[in-house]
Design a binder for this molecule. Structure first.
Ligand code: CMP
Length: 148
């Protein structure tokens, strides 16, 4: 089983697309094992997107990502990282395949409605950026109630 971090970005939250986007993933069998709403400070967005710090779009991207609330979540499933990336479509919505989340909802390469981890190594860094261990309920083992 694999876990990946997905963020419904501020443009999609503002447009009331959280449910529609979660649906796209759940209907393909991916399971939500953590989800919350946060409003990042620009410094926090910069921390998350450190790998892009030398890109010309870094300032604009981190300003956008801190312009309103976003909804990070962890999705779990066999091959979840690759499956989520296929379902999201290309970064640029104009290049994204028909039926993908970005083709359906995104308006530009920056305002592209969702983020998904691009590798297992990225997921291992990105998941704990937003969630601690107590906030994650893995799909496996849910038949066991917590003992008090
Ligand atoms: P995401 O998957 O969150 O990863 C990095 C983000 O940077 C990407 O989605 C886009 O929102 C943004 N991005 C990537 N390339 C460009 C670009 N050429 N111009 C503006 N923003 C970009």
């Amino acid at each position: 089983m694999e876990q990946t971090l997905v963020i419904v970005k501020p443009d999609a939250v503002a447009r009331g697309l959280v449910g529609a986007i979660v649906r796209c993933f759940e209907s393909e069998g991916l399971v939500v094992c953590a989800l919350k709403m946060v409003w990042l400070a620009q410094k926090e967005a910069e921390g998350f997107y450190q790998v892009h710090r030398h890109q010309p779009f870094f300032e604009s991207l981190t300003r956008f990502m801190s312009s309103g609330p976003c909804v990070p979540m962890i999705l779990e499933g066999e091959g979840a990282i690759g499956r989520v990336r296929t379902l999201m479509g290309a970064t640029d919505p104009h290049k994204a395949a028909e039926g993908t989340v970005r083709r359906s909802f995104a308006t530009s390469i920056e305002r592209n409605v969702v983020h998904g981890s691009d590798s297992a190594a990225s997921a291992a860094v990105e998941i704990p950026y937003f969630f601690n261990r107590l906030e994650i309920v893995p799909a496996a083992g849910r038949d066991n109630s917590p003992s008090i």
